[in-house]
Design a protein around this ligand. Structure first.
Ligand code: ATP
Length: 607
């Protein structure tokens, strides 16, 4: 039983406090299918978010099977939420999306259990015939079914759906409403569906009508016309406008008990007729013996009711006589599931794959084109003062300066290109899938598993890109301090990648994250001091944040002494010892990871 008792949700606006929900109260028994309807902006989605605990009510309390939800929240697998937006990855198939939802949400005893759960969810939603199909080619109705299948893998006791029928053709809408109806008929599950549509209201057990954040009616679809004194459902919304929300709420409070009595009577009749299974009935003898009795056989609801109930759960429930709530899987199960899924998406996202290949292959070629300028002989200068030797020394000095500038430039070029790759690696990594991540976190995914999977995935990209850049350029250019140079290239890329991951995790949108990351890379070269020395006051303030400087400076510090001196002679900017450069770049990586964790943990449902 879900009970809302005087729920109020107030926000501060420029014009003062605004109540999005105002003293909302209702009861929903087990095995119930409820519609939430009302004009646009009346607070339907806000109510769903409040039930789901995504926003904290200002006043009032929700009770779930007698427990105060303010004290004891839902278990992640106890509640399923089908949002308005798609929570599936376009690059994956139906089957793969359902599988990853199952692996992230529930701990399975065996692979057979996992397969059963996936098959069951696909069968209930009628998706088994198109399980291999990619999500990007699914119709709107099929996408809604997929979203439902992804929720049903955890067999939630409470399923809330936000406008899952909007934008669908009448046939698809009819099918989805029937599907939700069937889902509500198994395991005493409550299904609450927000809808704009007034079609198919007879399929629901009760209708909650909202107006200006208040409850205007909650009762049987059979009595709704009588309550509003209208002859057709279409007349309800215009009728609501006659009075404000508070006035409707007051009227409803006066009539509520009689309409609830009628609703309860209908419920008893449905149970007697077998249309509704008795959710309070204990487990059957077969269930006690551990057999998976189809709910449909017991209640005459047909095969779909049976399918909506997982055999594993029934068996588990039979031992205790209580509802079994699946456990959330461990850190490593979630980590490997997320990592595997990320690589699968990487290899299927052709545009991203091509961009990565172009960058990895082309950028080292660009650098190699300049390496002959950096291979000039560094010549020592003589101590004698005769004119001929001085002339030779001037020429040698010019040559040394040319080589020194070229070496400095080539190293900075490598560093900047790797920074660009780093920014491309991570800028959209979290921000681009924020909504899906929030949804998965809500369903039990650990932020730490998610972050670890991103770090593992990005680390591989960083290593491949940096090592290949180093190896390719090294083939054409005999530089000194090779290994140290490699480490600094890896760090240049890693620092930019993880700082951009932090930006991506904290940004409000993927576009904002991309823009900030591009600016960050764009400012690296001018602010590094490699081209023009910065004014002293600016330099000390800005330098700690410019990863390109530390990678460049560290790499130069590791060059052979004669090359190092030649480079140093042409620079106005001071160089820093390699050890300090390592420390600062390590700090960039650490800050990026810390920012990512903060951003990933933070809840951003309002996005
Ligand atoms: N953060 C916010 N700041 C100000 N107003 C808000 C905020 N969030 C929601 N609202 C307002 O609260 C009201 C209820 O929003 P909600 O999304 O719950 O409505 P709804 O009934 O689901 O609408 P629709 O049917 O159009 O989706 C709307 O008027 C909306 O503009």
């Amino acid at each position: 039983m879900l009970q809302a008792d005087g729920i109020t949700y107030e926000i501060e606006t420029q014009d003062g406090p605004l109540k999005l929900l105002d003293n909302v109260s209702f009861n929903v028994p087990k095995g119930h299918f409820m519609a939430v309807v009302g004009p646009s902006g009346c607070g339907k989605t806000t109510l769903l978010k409040a039930i789901a605990g995504m926003i904290a009510e200002t006043d009032g309390r929700f009770f779930w099977n007698g427990h105060d939800l303010a004290e004891e929240d839902f278990e992640p697998t106890e509640i399923g939420f089908v949002p308005q937006f798609s929570i599936a990855y376009d690059q994956l198939s139906v089957d793969e999306n359902v599988e990853s939802a199952a692996k992230l949400r529930c701990k399975f005893e065996s692979l057979d259990d996992l397969d059963d759960s996936i098959d069951n969810a696909l069968e209930v939603t009628g998706m088994e015939g198109i399980a291999d199909r990619d999500v990007k080619i699914l119709s709107g109705g099929q996408k809604r079914r997929l979203a439902l299948a992804m929720e049903l893998v955890s067999n939630p006791r409470l399923l809330i759906c936000d406008e899952v029928t909007s934008g669908l053709d009448p046939r698809s809408e009819h099918d989805i409403v029937n599907l939700l109806h069937e889902v509500s008929r198994s395991d005493g599950r409550i299904v609450i569906s927000v809808t704009h549509s007034l079609a198919h209201l007879d399929r629901y057990d009760s209708i909650l009508v909202m107006h200006q954040g208040c409850v205007a009616y909650h009762g049987s679809p059979k009595t709704i016309l009588h309550y509003f004194g209208v002859s057709a459902l279409e007349e309800i919304y215009p009728k609501l406008q006659d009075r404000n929300g508070v006035s409707w709420c007051r009227s409803w409070a006066k009539h509520r008990e009689s309409y609830y009595a009628r609703l309860e009577k209908e419920r008893e009749q449905k149970m007697l007729s077998g249309e509704l299974p008795d959710p309070n009935a204990g487990p059957t003898d077969e269930q006690k013996e551990g057999t998976s009795t189809p709910a449909g056989e017991a209640d005459g609801e047909g095969i779909s009711s049976e399918r909506a109930s997982s055999g594993k759960e029934t068996a588990a429930a039979s031992e205790t006589g209580e509802e079994a709530i699946p456990e959330v899987p461990g850190f490593f199960t979630q980590f490997f599931c997320l990592l595997g899924r990320r690589w699968r998406i990487f290899f299927r996202d052709r545009s991203q794959l091509v961009l990565q290949l172009v960058m990895v292959l082309l950028f080292p070629i660009l650098v190699a084109m300049f390496t002959d300028k950096g291979t000039g002989q560094i010549v020592g200068l003589s101590a004698t003062q005769d004119v001929q030797t001085l002339q030779k020394d001037i020429e040698a000095q010019q040559l040394n300066m040319k080589t020194g500038s070229a070496v400095s430039g080539i190293i900075m070029f490598e560093v900047i290109l790797l920074g660009l790759m780093g920014s491309n690696n991570a800028a959209r990594e979290v921000a681009g899938e924020r909504a899906i991540m929030e949804k998965e976190k809500y369903a039990g995914m650990r932020p730490s598993s998610y972050l670890a999977s991103k770090l593992a995935y990005l680390s591989v990209l960083v290593l491949v890109q940096s090592v290949w850049m180093f190896a390719f350029v090294d083939f054409f250019w005999d530089r000194g301090g090779s290994l140290t140079h490699l480490f600094f290239l890896i760090l240049a890329n890693a620092a930019m990648t993880f700082v951009c991951l932090g930006i991506s995790s904290l940004a409000k949108s993927a576009d904002q994250a991309s823009l900030l990351s591009i600016y960050l890379v764009g400012f690296q070269l001018p602010l590094s001091g490699a081209v023009l020395a910065l004014p002293e006051q600016v330099e000390s303030f800005i330098r700690p944040f410019i990863s390109a400087y530390w990678s460049w400076s560290g790499s130069i510090s590791a060059l052979k002494p004669d090359v190092y001196n030649a480079v140093k002679n042409v620079l106005d900017t001071g160089l820093t010892p390699a050890l300090i450069c390592y420390i600062v770049l390590g700090a960039h990586v650490a800050c990026g990871i810390a920012a990512s964790y903060i951003g990933i943990r933070r809840s951003s449902w309002e996005l």
